[in-house]
Design a protein around this ligand. Sequence first.
Ligand SMILES: Nc1ncnc2c1ncn2[C@@H]1O[C@H](COP(=O)(O)OP(=O)(O)OP(=O)(O)O)[C@@H](O)[C@H]1O
Ligand SMILES: Cc1ncc(CO)c(N)n1
Length: 273
Amino acid sequence: MSISKALTIAGSDSGGGAGIQADLKTFQELNVYGMSAITAITAQNTLGVHGVFPLTAEAVVQQIEAIGSDLGADAIKTGMLFNSEIIEAVSEQIKIFNWSKVIVDPVMIAKGGASLLQDEAVEAVKNHLLPLALIVTPNIPEAEVLTGMKIHTLDDRRAAAEILHSLGVKNVVIKGGHVENENQLVDLLYDGTEFSYFSSERIETKNTHGTGCTFAAAITAEMAKGNTVYHSVETAVSFIQEAIKEDLEIGQGHGPTNHWAYQQKKRQSLHVE
Ligand SMILES: Nc1ncnc2c1ncn2[C@@H]1O[C@H](COP(=O)(O)OP(=O)(O)OP(=O)(O)O)[C@@H](O)[C@H]1O
Ligand SMILES: Cc1ncc(CO)c(N)n1
């Protein structure tokens, strides 16, 4: 049996809904063997981020080396990288191991407002990481920071995607979760030539902790299995929609999504047929 493997390089969310924990749960649900290199430990729950403890770049490098020199990885996802030392070290490792399926989720700010990326590190993301990336998945505020432009309309989003593509990343997905007052949310994919649009009904819920991590992890898992970028984004949209629809009412604040909902629905539809 051939086993597809994915590595997440990201922060730990003690609450289990975002970060490394969301990534590993998503890889598992999509039948991909998950591995992790932790960049920072957060003390976090559904109410917010209560503490951030970054690891040294050396600790991050050793974890990646341990994986790269033995298990190998078919696709890599980066999430919270926190500072420019870690970003530069991770970029160097991606080059050393010649990893090409690199999915960059440019995590900057948690939903409660806590900073997960130092301001000075934005340039390092643009200069070191994006040129190595196959796919970048910013939400609208992250795309604004990376491009320096304000995004209000779909035209603005297309323009931002073109700017991001010019930084060297081959495919740009600008997520629509942050668009207000609209019933349809649109995630946009730009491959340097064509724009594709993935539209979903907005689900009314406060339990959206970790949606971005889960979405990018699902793309990574599908890429690890050898699927196309388009197919991987399409599956990730379905995965996150089910996970938000069947949200988990746990914790007192913004609860996590349901990482097993997508497979559960698939199993149920098989039983019905
Ligand atoms: N209320 C919602 N209803 C339906 N889909 C949603 C909703 N909120 C987010 N999504 C979808 O979830 C995915 C993640 O989008 P979003 O813009 O929320 O990411 P994010 O802000 O990076 O998340 P986070 O930083 O909290 O992890 C996208 O596919 C988006 O369309
Ligand atoms: C560790 C971590 N990574 C990413 C996010 C963004 O959702 C978060 N809240 N926590």
